[in-house]
Design a protein around this ligand. Structure first.
Ligand SMILES: Nc1ncnc2c1ncn2[C@@H]1O[C@H](COP(=O)(O)OP(=O)(O)OP(=O)(O)O)[C@@H](O)[C@H]1O
Length: 302
């Protein structure tokens, strides 16, 4: 659906994006993650034909260039601040972009904006404006929706609502390309993670793959944690005691169950430990910085 091939973006003489390639397929929810200044907004703007770039971007079999945006009729976007006319009502703002009244009403209802949609948008709170921006991006059943920090200013209920809507649209084939620093939220919906730093991709991987690779620990709960720790330690099985549960290696789960049985201890819970994305991302970034540092010392250039 979207193919980004070897793109490079310069601002002045500074290379902001460096030889970046990736693809987005229908129904994908791609999370674009990276430190401040990594180049996330620049990538999104580039896909939307808003920056000059080298390389190739193809969407729905059509090339996107700075001067050819035809294919972008099928793309909804919220980048930086929502493009809202403050003296128009929310509804009037939506009508400027909408091709179908029925679809417009559906988007308003899905985002639960009915009670303020007829008020002038200059009186909207940050979260209300953000929701209006997301509503604009979702109008007209786009094939691809690009959202830059969509959760800015949203309360818990709105965040849950947006999550559900994104999943519903994705199930119907809409692809999402979302940047967010709220990793805990992003990890609940994204199907793929693209991690970037200094304008380069560090990883581009399906979430299931990341989970499988990093799911090396299991959470264990028994009727007597202290006794369990004693027994496992005596049998040289690594165990980590947290406040009210234990962590064991996934390779030991059968041995542990056997030992619990032999020592008459009851198993209350044994489940894979939720992947800690924050830790994974921090580790990957540190690894990349170390490599860059080592290369600098070997070659004298970054
Ligand atoms: N108009 C501009 N002029 C000069 N440099 C710019 C401009 N826009 C972006 N940059 C630079 O490009 C780099 C990438 O910026 P970008 O906004 O894409 O990062 P980001 O990953 O979206 O960051 P954040 O998480 O802080 O929003 C940064 O080093 C920034 O300083």
């Amino acid at each position: 659906m979207l193919q980004v091939k070897n793109i490079a973006v310069f601002i002045g003489h500074k290379k902001i994006i460096d030889d970046l390639s990736f693809q987005v397929q229908p129904g994908d929810i791609v999370g674009l993650v990276g430190p401040n200044g990594a180049g996330k907004t620049t990538i999104m703007k580039t896909i939307l034909g808003l920056t000059n770039f080298q390389g190739q971007i193809i969407f729905a079999n059509q090339k996107i260039t700075e001067n050819n945006h035809t294919a972008l009729a099928q793309v909804g976007a919220l980048i930086e601040h929502p493009a809202i006319y403050p003296f128009l009502t929310g509804l009037q703002n939506l009508e400027l972009y909408s091709h179908s009244h029925e679809d417009l009403l559906q988007v308003i209802s899905r985002l639960q904006m009915e009670h303020y949609i007829s008020k002038q948008s200059k009186n909207y709170s940050l979260g209300m404006k953000q929701k209006l921006g997301i509503a604009i991006a979702l109008l007209n059943h786009p094939q691809l929706v690009i959202l830059d920090e969509p959760l800015n200013g949203l309360d818990i209920e709105a965040t849950i609502g947006i999550r559900k809507i994104i999943q519903q649209y994705a199930e119907q084939g809409t692809a999402f390309f979302i940047s967010s620093h709220v990793l805990s939220e992003l990890q609940k919906i994204m199907t793929r993670l693209i991690l970037i730093n200094d304008g380069q991709i560090i990883i581009d991987q399906a979430l299931t793959e990341i989970r499988n690779l990093n799911q090396c620990q299991y959470k264990l709960l028994t009727t007597n944690l202290d006794k369990t720790v004693d027994i496992l330690s005596k049998h040289h099985l690594p165990v980590q005691k947290n406040e009210n549960y234990l962590l064991i290696n996934h390779t030991d789960i059968f041995k542990v169950q056997d030992l619990l049985y032999v020592h008459n201890l009851r198993l209350l819970e044994l489940a894979p430990q939720e992947t800690n994305f924050e830790k994974i991302i921090v580790n990957l970034l540190e690894q990349q910085r170390r490599q860059t540092h080592d290369n600098y010392h070997k070659t004298g250039t970054f």
